[in-house]
Design a protein around this ligand. Structure first.
Ligand SMILES: NC(=O)c1ccc[n+]([C@@H]2O[C@H](COP(=O)([O-])OP(=O)(O)OC[C@H]3O[C@@H](n4cnc5c(N)ncnc54)[C@H](O)[C@@H]3O)[C@@H](O)[C@H]2O)c1
Length: 379
């Protein structure tokens, strides 16, 4: 029986397809900080992509970045606006800190320039709605940078849920976190309110939410009770406590359309090894995804399905898969394909709108100290 279940999930994951490499895509990078390197390296693997422009608010930063990563002959701009106004780019990667995601993405879409927007989509639900409206009004493609979507194990999780083997899904627990791991890779843009807007909740919380919501088909969130705290970031012994302005822990209890409860918690720092595995419970079976610090393209061990076969309680272990192609490379390649072919966004904003609505709801509910309704306007 276990064999046949596994067989049902087999498919070709090679991602190879016919492409017209003679048609070059002209790409710009907005924000030349930490993650821009991964974007450049992945674009450089695409023979039909030319990086033509770099922009950063910090004078000289884009120039130094260009030299360090051997980007080639490009034009430099002092902000996203001048880069877009130049008309040089068919598409841009928005690699800025969270607080400027919305303005950069919207400005590009208004000029029919396609956008690969880094995660989290933005800071607030209002911004997410404005981004989705700009995408709707534009002829360009907008994809949100969730590379874990392309991880073979994450795809398997979705297939298990979508196969119906678990029956009706009614309860989900997800989250994760680090015992100590407040990110300050190159400065403090992740922890300052004016640049990050959100802490662990947005930074790594968005991944846990996407993993489970994508698996169950992104039902609409209805209500949320949220909590957030900053005990570790604000602790006087922490070296950056004076500028720390976001959450380092957040939790939420969310009602989703279809009678599903989502129990979520996420930490950049805690006095614990893990806040628990991800579990998706259904009427015919449940699946356990062993915990990780951050669901950014890895799972902590094999998926286990708990179900009944011939009246017996059985555990089916799904062997962990290795990716033949790096998830980040697929994120970039699939975006380029969508732009060139005028196809669907690999990670559409219509889904991530709900992800952002939950993040925003947790944040607002925590501030109000009570459960709130999540109201998402029509796009
Ligand atoms: N997908 C992933 O695996 C992954 C990993 C790390 C970070 N990220 C995301 O990438 C984003 C950037 O993170 P980072 O660590 O590279 O940040 P960073 O602070 O190192 O770099 C951001 C850069 O953007 C520039 N910038 C801001 N607004 C701008 C504008 N309007 N025009 C031009 N430049 C502008 C800043 O000056 C800065 O140099 C964040 O949203 C983060 O969540 C994603």
């Amino acid at each position: 029986m276990a064999e046949s279940i596994l067989d049902a999930f087999k498919e070709d994951h090679s991602g190879e397809k016919e492409r017209d490499y003679s048609k070059k895509l002209k790409v710009g990078i907005i924000g030349t900080g930490w993650i821009a390197e991964a974007h450049v390296k992945a674009y450089q693997k695409c023979p039909d992509v030319e990086i033509v422009a770099l922009a950063d608010l910090v004078p000289g930063k884009a120039e130094a970045f260009c030299e360090r990563y051997n980007v080639g002959k490009v034009t430099f701009f002092p902000s996203h606006k001048e880069l877009i106004d130049s008309g040089m780019c068919d598409a841009v990667s928005v690699c800025t800190y969270n607080a400027t995601h919305a303005e950069c993405a919207i400005y590009a879409l208004e000029h029919n320039v396609s956008v690969l927007l880094e995660k989290p989509m933005c800071v607030t639900l209002d911004e997410a709605v404005a981004i989705c409206k700009a995408e709707k009004a534009s002829d360009a493609v907008l994809s949100i940078g969730f590379q874990p979507r392309f991880d073979e194990n994450m795809k398997m999780l979705k297939k298990v849920v979508q196969s119906g083997e678990l029956g009706k899904i009614y309860y989900i627990q997800t989250g994760g976190g680090r015992r100590r791991g407040i990110p300050t890779p190159f400065g403090t843009s992740f922890i300052q309110k004016d640049t990050a807007g959100l802490g662990a909740l947005g930074d790594i919380g968005c991944y846990s939410l996407d993993m489970v919501l994508n698996s169950i088909g992104y039902p609409k969130p209805l209500t949320v009770t949220g909590y957030k705290s900053d005990f570790f970031g604000k602790d006087p012994s922490y070296e950056h406590h004076d500028v720390f302005g976001v959450d380092d822990f957040a939790a939420g209890f969310i009602r989703l359309e279809g009678g599903i409860i989502l129990d979520f918690r996420i930490a950049w720092a805690m006095n614990l090894d893990t806040p628990g595995d991800t579990i998706i419970m259904g009427t015919k079976g449940s699946v356990r995804v062993p915990s990780t610090e951050c669901w950014n393209g890895s799972i902590g061990g094999p998926l286990v399905i708990y179900h009944e076969i011939a009246g017996e309680q059985i555990e089916t272990i799904i062997p962990q898969k290795k990716n033949s192609v790096d998830c980040f490379d697929i994120k970039i390649r699939s975006f380029c394909d969508a732009v060139k072919e005028g196809g669907e966004a690999p990670v559409p904003c219509s889904q991530i709108l709900y992800n952002q609505a939950i993040i925003d709801g947790i944040s607002r509910s925590a501030e109000l100290g009570k459960e709130i309704e999540i109201e998402i306007p029509e796009i």
